[in-house]
Write a protein that binds this ligand. Sequence first.
Ligand code: ATP
Ligand code: MG
Length: 475
Amino acid sequence: MPNQKNHKQALELPIFKIISQVATSLQIDAYVIGGFVRDYLLQQQVPVKDIDVVAIGDGIELANQVAKSLPLNTKVQIFKTYGTAMLLYNGIAIEFVGARKESYQTTSRNPEVKPGSLEDDQNRRDFTMNALALSLNTSNYGDLIDPFNGLKDLKSKRIITPLEPKITFSDDPLRMLRAIRFASQLQFKIDPICLDAINKNAERIKIITNERIVDELNKILASKKPSNGFKLLHHTGLLKLILPELTALEGIEEVEGQSHKDNFYHTLEVLDNMAATSDDLWLRWAALLHDIGKAPTKKFSKTNGWTFHGHEFKGSKMVYQLFKRLKMPLNDKVKFVQKIVLMSSRPIVIAEAVTDSAVRRLIFDAGEDLEALMLHCEADITTKNPRRFKKYRDNFALVRQKIKEVETRDHVRNFQPPISGELIMETFSLKPCREIGLIKDAIKEAILEGKIKNDFDEAYQFMLKKGKALRLKKT
Ligand code: ATP
Ligand code: MG
């Protein structure tokens, strides 16, 4: 990590020089602050998406003047209520704000604001590592302004608030999620005093909108080892308030010497496994939610021990409700997650006895999500017994092999019925009626079961037979 006081080399993008010149001409001081400075000091190889600039004076005016120095079509978006302005520069969002002092009411995370000094503005930042500022002023261009020892905290990978943590988190409870998200993203530790303050303020999360919560959850899910974030959410009491479906999975029950695994910690392992194989956010959501149907379906009986009958079906219904509650988009993404949850045990069942017809059905039902489903199932193996682990892996390898074989032979993926409804109507002089559906279904079933080949001739003969059985007359 660069140690010197001056960091001119961080400010080489031409936009920084422009902001500096414009600020000088307006006679106001300006600083880069927040994520950009943090990530630069961490030497994170992350693409820059946004840059925050704080002006000791009118931030909106600074943004407007900067835009004038940029290509003609540069638009400034002004957010009056927040006193901020944003412009896009080469795809990077540059956010301008006037330095401010904040005071909070208990009912809202939106504070009253008054103009303030750089130090006031650094005080209102969530963590010391996010309060680091680099000067854009000509007199000390590139100097690091670090009143809270944020650099030291960065080095020791510590997340801590600049001011009293209880007040910081209570003022804006979103910061609790941000702390955990940064801990998960950067693999940092949250200071114990802050963790304790999050614990005490957990209930305050209720004033945060679902959209903001989901944003942070998505960032936790996108981190390298998402279980770190979810364990913190759990231990601070936040998870129970945000995703009670998950905390309901915690614990091991034992009856008559029989116990089941802890499905909460199992879920977190599956999530980490998934994160190690795929960057897909929705596969990670599916991993997170794949067992939520287990809490409401859990039963013990003397004959069968612990069972979770129908948990996949129940779980997929719960996924929809959960997405709806969190105001997540109810589009093809929720359908995808529901589908993976619903089908999450299918390849496992098949692996126990790999038959052609079971594999054909799997290919047919999973359709274009088959690879995703297989990845999910492979991530779902968390046994610590190496012999069993190998057995399960080998079984899935066999299923994959069989999928390949069946696919090249039977072409059931993106299944197109070889006989159309129109042909059935024509053959038996039918108007639209129930029988057409019956015949079409019977043909599909016969193909999937392997009774007939997936081709026109065999399907045609089968249709005639089926029509006869339904007492239809061929024209
Ligand atoms: P990233 O953009 O990588 O998610 P960031 O730290 O830049 O991380 P932003 O949401 O872009 O996060 O916020 C920019 C800066 O604004 C932060 O670094 C921090 O200084 C400040 N900030 C953002 N949200 C809050 C908050 N809820 N409370 C206090 N300060 C905040
Ligand atoms: Mg940022």
